[in-house]
Design a binder for this molecule. Structure first.
Ligand code: DGY
Length: 320
């Protein structure tokens, strides 16, 4: 029987590409360039499946132009905001993602951002690296201590729950806002807030872990930043779209927030250039899932979904 044909849009770990090559008639992207929409559509011609990353945007217009042969978009990502799920459903295209396997890696980055922002890591690193570290004094590089403080998790799904466990390692009290309250064994003593606005003023650190949807776009706006404690820290490992950049920049410039730690941005790659001018932001280039273990696991998860689909079974991680 002929192997299903598949377009793999980005260079994946060697072991994952080897597994793909064994079971599929695959077209790879060896130099790992980002496809234009035209190239993406051209390369989809005659393919049964596409295995993309969040760097490829399957808008309604793109999905509308996909060749009829494409029956599944098996994402190498947990986030699916780059795919118009409704448009895919309308065309009968199955969409899958890779949950669970990146929770640990992403939670690690949430903690790194928290500590980096709180303890002024970018500023300090720049001083040492640039040879500008000339003195030590009791007032030098004084930051915010997070041990024993309160963290508010926005979105207590898989990543949020792991992040909460890691924050507990710093003896932090955990509060959370989520669409629904978790069962006690998942809550593990965290305080539930049905109302996000009510939670914001009670936390020293706010860490975002919810998906970007039409409803959550701009969730952290001027009003909500105003409700946060003076001197609080905002951490975002989820999606840039959750944050209104103008409002966050104002809050950072005015000192309303002590600092922010950002791994994700509106307008990636690059992000809003105004953040680069501020000392009180700790910036990373969307590397939440960037570990060898996690990238291999994401590939395997995407392939498990594809294998199930082509075996006529329901893929475990179907989102549309
Ligand atoms: C994800 O999986 O959603 C990560 O942000 C990387 O795309």
């Amino acid at each position: 029987m002929a192997k299903p044909s598949i377009l793999v849009t980005r260079r994946l770990p060697d072991a994952v590409q080897a597994r793909i090559a064994r079971h599929y008639d695959a077209e790879f992207n060896d130099d790992d360039h980002v496809f234009s929409t035209d190239e993406l559509l051209e390369r989809c011609a005659g393919k049964d499946a596409v295995l993309p990353c969040h760097s490829e945007h399957f808008t309604a217009a793109v999905i509308d132009q996909l060749p009829a042969s494409v029956r599944i978009i098996a994402n190498f990502s947990v986030g699916v905001d780059h795919v118009d799920l409704e448009a895919a459903k309308q065309r009968g295209i199955v969409v899958t993602n890779t949950p669970d396997v990146l929770s640990d890696a992403t939670a690690e980055i949430a903690l790194l951002l928290t500590l980096g922002a709180a303890r002024r890591a970018s500023e300090g690193e720049r001083l040492v690296r640039g040879g500008a570290w000339k003195d030590w004094s009791p007032s030098f590089m004084v930051g915010t201590q997070v041990t024993g403080k309160t963290v508010g998790i926005v979105g207590m799904g898989r990543v949020g729950q792991v992040a909460a466990a890691r924050f507990r390692g710093f003896d932090m009290q955990v509060r959370y806002h989520n669409r629904s309250r978790l069962a006690p064994e998942k809550e593990r003593g965290a305080v539930y807030h049905a109302d996000l606005d009510e939670m914001l003023g009670q936390c020293d650190v706010i860490s975002l872990h919810c998906p970007a949807t039409a409803e959550s776009k701009g969730l952290i706006n001027a009003g909500r930043l105003g409700r946060m404690k003076d001197g609080a820290i905002l951490v975002n490992t989820a999606r840039g779209a959750l944050v209104d950049d103008d409002a966050l920049l104002d809050a950072l410039r005015s000192g309303k927030l002590a600092a922010a730690g950002l791994d994700v941005f509106n307008g990636e790659p690059g992000g809003d250039p105004r953040y680069r001018e501020l000392e009180n932001v700790f910036l990373l280039p969307h590397i939440g899932s960037a570990t060898v273990d996690t990238r291999n696991a994401m590939g395997d998860r995407a392939l498990d979904n594809l294998d199930a689909f082509f075996a006529g079974d329901a893929p475990g991680d179907r989102v549309a």
